[in-house]
Design a protein around this ligand. Structure first.
Ligand code: ATP
Length: 235
């Protein structure tokens, strides 16, 4: 289980997160909803060790304190982050991007098996291993980004707005794929603005507002909550 306990993050004197506690276990999907600027990306960066601005709280992976661990050590504990800009190499092929994802020690020995597993999750990538990523659609690039993260054999996958910029039909395909990844036993923690589709596949959710958790419940209960509907579901 990945757990943040009372995380606070400051940019100078600006408090981006205060006392944020959240968990995700293997085999579950958790979504964090919040408006622009609520602090969602900051939260993911903080638990992935990609910001030095954490000034309070603890991050635990399977009980081990990783709050101050550098990102490459955090990856070795089984956490993989797909950032909002996707972090892929546009001038390399699909297969080259995927293989680069197998760089962590924990994944090297199992590179061939992992590649098979990832390609079976993403049939479109399997059909075009030699395609240069720059020439792919937004949805396909997102698949490459998630596939690359999966090549590190994570037990917890962190996703920063995976559906951002995708056409509705591609969002549906993406969320279906995430549900299949969960079935393989991987835990997914994603931050999203697409409340409807993300809650539909999630087990639990958190609401983040102005750096604070203002709600936490099952995805089903959140989807039916009048306040959530007004704020995030446009109903
Ligand atoms: P979005 O959906 O727009 O990406 P978000 O919920 O992910 O928003 P963050 O990107 O985490 O929000 O930003 C939270 C707050 O912290 C914002 O007010 C933002 O301006 C501020 N912030 C983020 N990164 C920095 C930084 N490097 N330096 C200063 N302030 C920052």
């Amino acid at each position: 289980m990945l757990e943040s306990r009372n995380i606070s993050v400051f940019y100078g004197r600006h408090r981006a997160l205060e006392d944020v506690s959240a968990t995700v276990s293997k085999g579950e999907i958790v979504v964090m909803l919040g408006a622009n600027g609520a602090g969602k990306s900051t939260f993911l960066r903080a638990i992935a060790g990609q910001t030095r601005k954490v000034e309070g709280g603890t991050v635990l992976m399977d009980g081990a304190d990783i709050t101050l661990s550098p990102p490459h050590e955090i990856v070795e504990t089984g956490i993989a982050l797909v950032p909002e800009d996707r972090g892929i190499f546009a001038d390399l092929t699909v297969q080259e991007n995927l293989i680069l994802g197998a760089h962590p020690q924990r994944a090297r020995a199992l590179e061939t098996e992992n590649l098979e597993r990832v390609l079976s999750l993403f049939p479109k990538l399997k059909q075009r291993p030699k395609q240069i990523v720059r020439t792919m659609s937004g949805g396909e690039r997102q698949m490459v980004a998630i596939g690359r993260a999966m090549m590190s054999a994570p037990s917890i996958l962190l996703l920063d707005e995976p559906s951002l910029g995708l056409a509705p039909v591609l969002c549906t395909e993406l969320f279906r794929t995430l549900a299949r990844i969960k079935e393989t036993g991987v835990g997914i923690f994603m931050v999203e603005q697409n409340a409807k589709q993300s809650l539909a596949i999630a087990d639990r959710g958190y609401l983040l507002d102005n750096g604070h958790i203002v709600g936490a419940d099952t995805a089903k209960a959140l989807a039916m909550d009048a306040k959530v509907q007004a704020a995030y579901l446009g109903e």
